[in-house]
Write a protein that binds this ligand. Structure first.
Ligand SMILES: O=P(O)(O)OC[C@H](O)CO
Length: 482
């Protein structure tokens, strides 16, 4: 029998297909790698047609399902031609920092109060707005299409949906990551669009997360959502305070907060739309670490290990306890620091330091950065007893144990851990009035209990915070020297 639902998890590092039906175990049926390009330092791009081809390959492999859901990589955005559908730009990935200087200048003018108030977001190039404005100012083809009245600007979901179903639409969760949507009204905000130089008429219509996104070869697309929010749903988080951390390209902690916009302006946490079902918008607080899986991938690429199995256990004491730290700021620092001028750093090496030590410090650095986010989350939603995690690093036992030690919390991994895709499939099922089960708190594959004395964990945190402070502003100082 054909599976009922297909979910595409179109993430930064891979495009995956999950097939699911009520009452049977969901199956990951295809996983295709994406390799973001770095044409200049700080720039991160992907080829739109390549991503689209992978999404289509997944959809074709899915066959005749009842409904389709698509999860997207959030803030990544592009320009394309309204008439031909041809891309006019690469996908500018959320990690890309090409607009850092422009945003630093706006911050210096005091504009951030406006974006925080309207979009809930700080002035950081993470969000799509400054990149869409950049495209219009710096790409002659994009400017020409605008003059000719045939320009479309948007996040990757809007491009995929336009090409797959002919609908030029996005959903409220994705729109909330652009810094162009007014968080209170759920509509594009003319003041924000003017601030970033993004013509509002070039943006897609904003729809609820579950609903009508058109037909792909006769099959309804009934859900479209940011991957992080999909994972939140996939973990079974439905009540205010429920939270998860996904370790994908980056690490993103999201805590559901309910129907009110959670304002936490000085914490560095972001209010965001979790999902909109009908007229009801649910919000979440989001805290991110820009580089998690991408830092691990980079370490492999530069030859620090050849196989991931080499970095799942270490004979030595924690690197941080030996004075060796790594700050994973390859794309700068997000929550709670928000410093794009920060750079990655290893500190504390000596002549005896090995590649293994560097890898150990790298994993610990991702966990310690995550612990910084967990601490600020605690201040706003109350301390979670247990951290629900998923993503590639959730399969690394050293990482999970160290995260438990660094945060002083139990860390739970799930038996079925394709939770972005599962959440997306469950939302697609809702779109046709059906229910697909998501895990509950008993559904645990491994539980890692903290084994380190709280005083030691605190000492690690303080040492790590010192290392973080050394990374901040590094690139700013570099441009002053150049
Ligand atoms: O590609 P991922 O899985 O790290 O997720 C991308 C995030 O949504 C970026 O905000």
């Amino acid at each position: 029998m054909n599976p009922s639902f297909a979910a595409i998890d179109q993430g930064t590092s891979s495009t995956r297909l999950l097939l699911a039906s009520a009452g049977t175990a969901p199956q990951l049926s295809l996983a295709l790698r994406n390799a973001p390009q770095h044409p200049r330092p700080g720039w991160v791009e992907q080829a739109p047609l390549e991503l689209l081809a992978k999404v289509e390959a997944c959809l074709q492999a899915a066959g005749r399902v009842q409904a389709i859901g698509i999860a997207n990589q959030g803030e990544s955005c592009l320009a394309w031609d309204a008439r031909s559908g041809e891309p006019l730009s690469p996908v500018i990935v959320w990690q890309d920092d090409r607009t850092a200087q422009q945003l630093a200048a706006l911050r210096a003018e005091g504009v951030q109060a406006l974006t925080l108030e309207r979009a809930g977001l700080p002035l950081d190039c993470y969000f799509s707005a400054s990149k869409l404005g950049w495209l219009l100012r710096n790409d002659a083809g994009v400017a020409r299409a605008h003059r000719a009245g045939r320009l479309r600007l948007g996040t990757t979901d809007a491009f995929f949906l336009d090409r797959l179903t002919g609908q030029f639409v996005t959903d409220a969760s994705t729109a909330s990551r652009t810094s162009l949507m007014n968080l209170a009204s759920g509509a594009w905000d003319p003041t924000l669009c003017a601030l970033f130089g993004v013509p509002m008429e070039c943006l897609p219509a904003i729809r609820p997360t579950v609903g009508d996104f058109g037909l792909y070869r006769g099959i309804p697309v009934t859900a479209s959502i940011v991957d992080q929010q999909a994972a939140l749903y996939g973990h079974g988080c439905r009540a205010a305070g429920d939270a998860k951390i996904t370790f994908g390209t980056g690490a993103f902690a999201l805590a559901l907060t309910g129907a009110q916009i959670p304002r936490a302006p000085t914490s560095g946490l972001l209010p965001t739309v979790a999902w909109q079902i009908g007229a009801e918008r649910s919000y979440a607080l989001d805290g991110g670490v820009y580089d998690a899986g991408s830092a691990v991938e980079w370490a492999g690429r530069i030859g620090l290990y050849t196989d991931l199995s080499e970095i799942t256990a270490f004979g030595a004491a924690p690197a941080i306890a030996r004075g060796l730290a790594f700050v994973p700021a390859l794309s700068g620092l997000a929550c709670p620091h928000w410093d794009r001028s920060a750079a990655a750093l290893w500190v504390g090496m000596n002549a005896a330091t090995t590649r293994q030590d560097l890898c150990q410090a790298l994993l610990e650095g991702i966990a310690l950065r995550t612990a910084q986010v967990v601490r600020v989350m605690d201040g706003h939603i109350g301390a979670a007893v247990r951290l629900r995690i998923d993503g590639g690093l959730a399969r690394n036992p050293y990482f999970c144990q160290f995260l438990a030690d660094a945060t002083g919390r139990s860390v739970a991994t799930r038996r079925f851990d394709e939770l972005t895709a599962l959440g997306c499939a469950a939302l697609a099922a809702r779109g046709v009035g059906q229910t697909l089960e998501t895990p509950d708190d008993d559904d645990v594959a491994s539980l890692f209990e903290p084994r380190t004395a709280p005083a030691d964990a605190l000492a690690w945190q303080l040492r790590f915070a010192e290392a973080v402070s050394k990374t901040m502003g590094w690139k700013r100082e570099l441009s002053a020297v150049a």
